[in-house]
Design a protein around this ligand. Structure first.
Ligand SMILES: Cc1cc2nc3c(=O)[nH]c(=O)nc-3n(C[C@H](O)[C@H](O)[C@H](O)COP(=O)(O)O)c2cc1C
Length: 144
């Protein structure tokens, strides 16, 4: 099982979440690529059997606009073809609208979402890390 974990993180909170997802997937035996979005190529990400994408709430309840938004648009234009997908991210003052909108978008692009509302308020705490690691395990088992 190959899993690609791609994230954008300005101050490290979403990066810590991505590391927990990757650790969970690895513990379930998956081969995991963990990449910052700036270093990720959409075609190679789509070759993975399962994908996790992380981005904090930015702007006004949107994805980060210079790197993550264009990357997500390229995935949407190629289509996700039923691929297992996990979305996550950190936020502060909002109520998670950016993540609900993102989940809806990726569902329309053909992704098969394996989790819902996987968000952490600012820096992920112990419970968040445990939930992210579980979600990574579930993602790694989703293609089997
Ligand atoms: C420019 C900017 C815009 C933000 N917009 C939102 C927002 O719309 N809603 C929200 O809940 N948090 C918002 N935040 C807070 C971030 O989502 C929060 O600080 C998060 O922990 C950052 O994650 P990171 O450490 O992975 O960059 C914003 C932060 C910045 C810097």
């Amino acid at each position: 099982m190959t899993v690609s974990v791609v994230y954008w993180s300005g101050t490290g909170n979403t990066r810590a979440m991505a590391e927990a997802v990757a650790a969970g997937a690895r513990s379930a035996g998956a081969k995991v690529d963990l990449l910052e979005v700036a270093a990720a190529d959409p075609d190679s990400v789509l070759r993975a059997e399962a994908i996790a994408l992380g981005c904090p709430a930015m702007g006004a309840e949107v994805l980060e606009e210079s790197e993550m938004e264009p990357f997500v648009q390229r995935l949407e234009s190629k289509g996700l073809g039923g691929k297992p997908l996990l979305l996550f991210g950190s936020y502060d003052w909002g109520d998670g609208q950016w993540l609900r909108d993102w989940e809806e978008r990726m569902g329309k692009a053909g992704a098969s979402l394996v989790s819902h509302d996987l968000k952490a308020h600012l820096e992920p705490g112990e419970q968040d890390i445990a939930a992210l690691s579980e979600a990574g395990k579930k993602l790694a088992g989703s293609g089997q």
